[in-house]
Design a protein around this ligand. Structure first.
Ligand SMILES: Cc1cc2nc3c(=O)[nH]c(=O)nc-3n(C[C@H](O)[C@H](O)[C@H](O)COP(=O)(O)OP(=O)(O)OC[C@H]3O[C@@H](n4cnc5c(N)ncnc54)[C@H](O)[C@@H]3O)c2cc1C
Length: 467
């Protein structure tokens, strides 16, 4: 169908550094096992869409790759014609880095083959697999990888940028469980990265993976997880200050098994403070640890109970995961939930422009959130990660929502450490990318020079090749 659409067109209409004749595009499409979608194809408007509807760009060619050879051919083609090139796995990057204006999209979303070895506890996935699919597969064997709980986020985007989730305090970030990758690099070679082969590439892909090539498959070590003690405590927003003051004391003393997130979220007709917990240790110990939190102030809802891990992952976080939403967010990190931080949070959440405007705060702690671990992930910080978020559907709501996030963030900035999670960024400039990698940035620029000296992979949180 796509090949017909290309054939029926009469003009060369593809952007990029050079114009491309239609015969070349037809030949390229014919060389793939997968498919090519161009403007005019009835699937185009859907295929160019990403999770954040505020991103509205028009790629020239979307190559739906079916296998590694398709990716190799697409990289070769894009290089030959000097096309700006984006990589798409789950399409959930806040910045919309899965698409680019007038360029090539290497769309991996059809590549979903997976191989699991439950005895050795390893899984290899192709990089079109999304988190909900992975969780179903691994939980069939009572195994898991630490990743977030939005089922439609790509496993590649999660884990190559970090991969924070409720199992992180226990088992690390998603990138910490990667044991091997197959990568198509900027010279269109297929390379293996592991602890034995291309060790610099292996180090860099785990935390900064969007910058060094197209990961076509990823092998992960799996962890045994069956049930968790988890749920939500919900409070009216007017009680937020009291709860946050309590969390300021409670959070720094919690054991490694506890994942803790507090968020101002919509509640029908209003908003609320939602404190969500996931305890991945022994149930009795979890009950003891959670008792002070559950009894400090009576919530209007307490849903904490033992849940199959898969059910917990599916229960969502209150963030609009799918649908026609535009979004804006700003994130950061502070060491302590001080009185000043609490005041700023209370002030801005009370003046929020819409129900869908709020803030989420995760307390990171334990061995995976500090110290040096041997990969590129740059946000191992004990303390509180936060993101201020807003969502809107009608374009008229954009300005007020956007400005509220900016003003709220400006008030938080002096109270923040400057550290930020790379997957939490929108397009915010080089300085924020450098902050997200901290002391690891210098080494990354050297590896970038080695594997991608022309910065072919630059539709991402970009690391510039060292001179
Ligand atoms: C609703 C929602 C909930 C979220 N929850 C969490 C959470 O709980 N924990 C968390 O850690 N993060 C979370 N995130 C952030 C998420 O980690 C990032 O947005 C992630 O980059 C999205 O990955 P993706 O594959 O879906 O996106 P895409 O937009 O397809 O890709 C994201 C980036 O990865 C690159 N990339 C994609 N595929 C490949 C590949 N195969 N090889 C190399 N680079 C590739 C792209 O170039 C792009 O720069 C959430 C995001 C959303 C929208």
């Amino acid at each position: 169908m796509a090949k017909q659409t290309i054939a029926n067109r009469t003009k060369t209409a593809v952007g990029g550094a050079e114009r491309i004749d239609l015969r070349s595009i037809r030949n390229f499409a014919a060389s793939l096992s997968g498919d090519v979608i161009v403007p005019g194809d009835h699937r185009y408007s859907q295929a160019r869409r990403v999770w954040n509807h505020a991103v509205n760009v028009h790629p020239a060619i979307i190559a739906r790759c079916a296998n590694t050879q398709d990716v190799v051919r697409t990289v070769e083609f894009a290089r030959r014609y000097g096309l700006l090139t984006a990589l798409r796995s789950g399409g959930h990057s806040f910045a919309g880095h899965a698409v680019c204006e007038g360029g090539m999209v290497i769309d991996l979303s059809s590549m979903k083959r997976s191989w699991i070895d439950p005895l050795r506890k390893f899984i290899t996935i192709e990089t079109g697999v999304i988190a909900g699919e992975l969780d179903c597969l691994t939980q069939a064997f009572k195994l898991a990888i630490p990743l977030g709980s939005c089922p439609s986020v790509g496993v590649a985007g999660y884990s190559l940028g970090g991969g924070e989730g409720s199992l992180t305090p226990n088992f690390g970030y998603g990138c910490d469980s990667i044991t091997r990758l197959e990568v198509v690099t900027a010279d269109s070679r297929v390379q293996v990265a592991s602890a034995q082969e291309n060790t610099d590439l292996f180090w860099a892909m785990r935390g900064a993976g969007a910058n060094f090539g197209v990961a076509t498959s990823i092998e992960f070590q799996l962890h045994p997880v069956e049930t968790v003690l988890s749920g939500h405590l919900k409070y009216p927003l007017r009680q937020a200050k009291r709860i946050l003051r309590f969390l300021a004391e409670y959070a720094p003393a919690i054991p490694n098994e506890l994942f803790l997130i507090a968020a101002v979220l919509p509640y029908p007709g209003d908003r609320m403070l939602d404190v969500a917990v996931v305890w991945s240790g022994k149930e009795k110990a979890g009950e003891r640890v959670l008792r002070p939190l559950r009894t400090f102030l009576k919530p209007f809802e307490d849903s904490i109970k033992v849940n199959p891990y898969l059910e917990e992952q599916r229960s969502g976080t209150g963030t609009p995961a799918e649908g026609d939403y535009s979004s804006h967010r700003k994130s950061g990190h502070f060491d302590q939930l001080t009185a000043d931080v609490i005041d700023v949070i209370a002030d801005y959440t009370h003046s929020a422009p819409s129900e869908a405007s709020g803030i989420s705060i995760i307390y990171w702690h334990g061995p995976w959130c500090s110290g040096s671990h041997d990969n590129a992930f740059g946000f191992r910080r004990t303390g509180f990660e936060y993101w201020i978020h807003t969502y809107w559907k009608k374009s008229g709501e954009r300005k007020r929502s956007w400005e509220w996030v900016e003003q709220f963030y400006a008030a938080m900035k002096p109270l923040s450490t400057g550290a930020v999670y790379v997957n939490g960024l929108e397009d915010e400039g080089d300085e924020r990318v450098v902050s997200s990698y901290g002391s690891k940035y210098a080494r990354l620029t050297g590896i970038k020079r080695e594997y991608d000296p022309d910065n072919f992979f630059r539709v991402n949180q970009n690391i510039k090749p060292a001179p």
